[in-house]
Design a protein around this ligand. Structure first.
Ligand SMILES: Nc1nc2c(ncn2[C@@H]2O[C@H](COP(=O)(O)OP(=O)(O)OP(=O)(O)O)[C@@H](O)[C@H]2O)c(=O)[nH]1
Ligand SMILES: [Mg+2]
Length: 402
């Protein structure tokens, strides 16, 4: 297992714990945490000379990981001076995404983000490699190598981008088809590890179609959509990638298409880990991303999860909200009430009698509304449905008068 020394510019335990969790997810053991509060970041080496020396003396084969994203120049200089692998939080997040990506789309997205990150950093890495090999004197050949690598990566980047665009287009068609079917879409959003996938699995009746849930950062990288029933209404529930503070901008770009699903949603369930005292920071981060996506006007329910841990006393809920435990199945009725209150408040029950020669109309209503009852009677087909009046305005003549 790799070992590391972490370099922080803040002593906020939230950030320290988060960087440690990122290390754990990458199989890296944290040996030490160095904190230097900086007035000003050194453009050449990020931290100051004295601190670099202090770290250098302390090093015993560990890698050094910075909490912030380092510039290519900083990586190069620090690698030079510390004579060990120097990397940053962005790289860790990329590594995790690389491990977890499973679908073709997620893999492409991560590849693009990685290549974008790599491209300006090739020089620094080359330096590190040559140190490891005992520092050969052939600088010239190294530079040629860098140029070659750069060209290979650039070509790969443009290929991946094209391929991704193709997949995104296909998904768009899928989404449009869904939209035509009038089925409301609910999207789960929230900080990583808040319990989105667990909630999806709990709400999904089809137990074979479970999505991956785990106590680690970024368990989910691909959106999955499942059919669920909310008070007899069919809805689509979409699980999304979790958010994190300071998500590297390469990744935001790469994952934009995944988050397109969120834009199409009729309702957002903002899942919050209520057992976490600093939950507000996570809520703010999530809301910031939602704002960037332009969905701040989509109706949203705050779902304060993990109440079974009994550590939600300090939560100041924002309306509309519910307290639940996705794992222990607590409060799910209330959640369904809230969802149906928002999504189905305009729905009414209609009793229709459709003549047998109006087969097309029957078919339309059968496919586009919530059918509660069908009865083939002597003179007509009896149909009891739930629908919005405006959605069936062309069929109101079939309403049966009692
Ligand atoms: N105690 C408790 N644990 C929960 C609850 N809901 C989820 N968890 C746990 O929290 C961890 C994360 O759950 P996930 O459902 O994978 O979280 P997520 O929001 O999908 O995470 P990402 O995919 O990384 O964004 C898992 O270990 C779950 O078992 C809950 O209601 N109570
Ligand atoms: Mg998940």
């Amino acid at each position: 297992m790799n070992k590391a020394i972490l370099v922080m510019t803040s002593d906020n335990p939230f950030y320290i714990d988060e960087l440690k969790s990122l290390c754990i997810a990458c199989d890296i053991e944290v040996e030490d945490v160095v904190i230097q509060k900086l007035e000003k970041i050194n453009p050449a080496t990020y931290i100051g000379k004295g601190k670099i020396e202090e770290i250098r003396l302390r090093l015993d084969g560990e890698m050094v990981i910075f909490d912030d994203e380092l510039s290519p120049l900083q990586v190069k200089n620090l690698t030079d001076q510390l004579q060990t692998e120097v990397t940053d939080r962005t790289d860790l997040i990329l590594r995790i995404f690389e491990q977890r990506a499973q679908t073709k789309e997620a893999k492409l997205q991560v590849e693009i983000a990685r290549d974008q990150y790599l491209l300006p950093r090739l020089a620094g890495m080359q330096e590190h490699m040559s140190h490891q090999q005992g520092g050969s004197g052939f600088r010239g050949s190294g530079e040629k190598q860098i140029e070659l690598d750069r060209r290979i990566i650039s070509r790969k980047l443009s290929r991946s981008r094209k391929e991704l665009a193709q997949i995104v287009k296909q998904r768009q068609t899928q989404r449009e088809r869904r939209k035509r079917n009038n089925v409301p879409v609910i999207a789960l959003v929230g900080y990583t590890n808040s319990g989105k996938s667990t909630l999806l699995n709990t709400l999904c009746q089809n137990k074979e179609k479970k999505v991956f849930e785990k106590d680690m950062l970024f368990a989910t990288l691909q959106t999955s959509t499942r059919n669920i029933k909310i008070k007899n209404h069919t809805c689509l529930l979409t699980d999304t990638v979790g958010f994190i503070e300071r998500l590297p901008h390469n990744l935001i770009q790469a994952f934009r298409s995944t988050l397109e699903e969120v834009k199409e949603a009729d309702l957002l369930l903002h899942v919050v880990d209520s057992s976490f005292e600093d939950y507000q920071l996570q809520v703010d981060t999530t809301n910031k991303v939602l704002e960037e996506l332009g969905v701040e006007n989509t109706p949203m329910i705050y779902v304060y999860n993990k109440v079974d841990l009994n550590k939600y006393g300090y939560v100041h809920p924002v309306t509309p909200y519910v307290f639940i435990s996705a794992k222990e199945k607590i409060g799910l009725d209330l959640l369904e009430d809230e969802i149906s209150h928002i999504l189905f408040k305009d729905y009414e029950t209609f009793q229709l009698g459709i003549p047998y020669d109006k087969g097309e109309d029957f078919k339309y209503l059968y496919e586009h509304t919530y059918v509660e009852q069908v009865d083939y009677r002597d003179d007509y087909i009896y149909l009891q449905i739930e629908a919005k009046r405006q959605d069936i305005k062309d069929y109101l003549m079939y309403i049966l008068l009692n």
